[in-house]
Design a protein around this ligand. Structure first.
Ligand code: NDP
Length: 243
């Protein structure tokens, strides 16, 4: 009957509205270097927790495991200004709640090329990616930027050997402090995070943790972040680290 049809149309409209509300309320995480290692584990676990995941990779055609998480893939080499500009354009108007600047390289040598390349990936990359995504993060009620650093960046822990990785991660910690001071009045939380020694291509097989073990703890840490915790350096287990 006409009445039943009207009811069906009404029910359909109600379901559409609640669907779009659910999408608006869904949290979105943006992860760099999400195709392997700890980054892939964030993609898996945030996706399983019901988040919308945007994961970057340098080679989308090879990122089968990332694709399988249901993430939206973005091609991004963090040393490429063209890639960063294209990413910004593709995401115009999109809300992002959490940016995880996870992509990184480990180079222990300290010749000029190693130093400059480490700085480009580990320090300049996260800063320029964060700056490009500030308009997206501003759309969130509780925007967070997590810069993935390392305990090797702790200044008082310096050993005698020069180490491009450690030096570049110290620079990244300054990026955290600068973004914190610029954005904390806008409700942003910006931290540095040391994820612990993880079994990945970078961490090696002997590392004490698997990403499957560390990522739930890090997700808890990120969920528990408050304004007071911004601008500081946190270990995966929730303890605070000195600069
Ligand atoms: P992996 O080496 O396993 O993965 C590194 C990721 O970064 C890959 O997705 C890689 O992409 C990406 N990446 C590297 N260079 C670039 C670039 N120029 N542009 C974009 N993406 C890039 O590292 P982990 O998962 O172990 O480490 C993740 C983060 O955690 C890093 O920042 C690391 O410094 C930090 N960390 C890790 C520790 C550990 O024990 N594993 C300890 C302390 C800190 P691709 O596949 O294309 O190379």
């Amino acid at each position: 009957s006409v009445r039943n049809k009207l009811i069906a149309v009404l029910l359909f409209m109600v379901s559409l509205t609640s669907c779009s509300l659910a999408n608006e309320n869904q949290n979105t995480v943006f992860i760099t270097g999400a195709n392997r290692g700890i980054g892939l584990e964030y993609a898996k676990q945030y996706s399983a927790a019901g988040w919308e995941v945007i994961g970057t990779t340098r080679k989308p055609e090879e990122a089968t495991e990332l694709k399988a998480t249901g993430a939206t893939l973005i091609q991004l080499d963090v040393t490429s200004d063209e890639d960063i500009a294209a990413m910004k354009k593709a995401l115009q108007g999109k809300k992002i709640d959490l940016l995880i600047n996870n992509a990184g390289v480990y180079i222990r040598d300290s010749d000029r090329q190693s130093l400059e390349f480490s700085f480009s990936v580990n320090t300049a990359g996260p800063l320029l990616v964060a700056e490009a995504l500030i308009p997206n993060l501003k759309k969130s009620e509780h925007p967070k930027i997590v810069n993935v650093s390392s305990r090797t960046a702790i200044l008082t822990g310096a050993k005698g050997k020069s180490n491009a990785y450690a030096i570049s991660k110290v620079g990244l910690n300054m990026v955290t402090r600068i973004l914190h001071s610029r954005l904390s009045n806008n409700n942003f939380i910006v931290i540095s995070l040391a994820p612990g020694r993880n079994q990945t291509d970078m961490g090696g097989k002997k590392a004490s943790l698997t990403p499957a073990q560390s990522v739930p703890l890090i997700m808890q840490l990120m969920a528990d972040l408050t304004k007071e915790k911004s601008g500081r350096f946190w270990y995966y287990d929730g303890t605070e680290l000195p600069w």
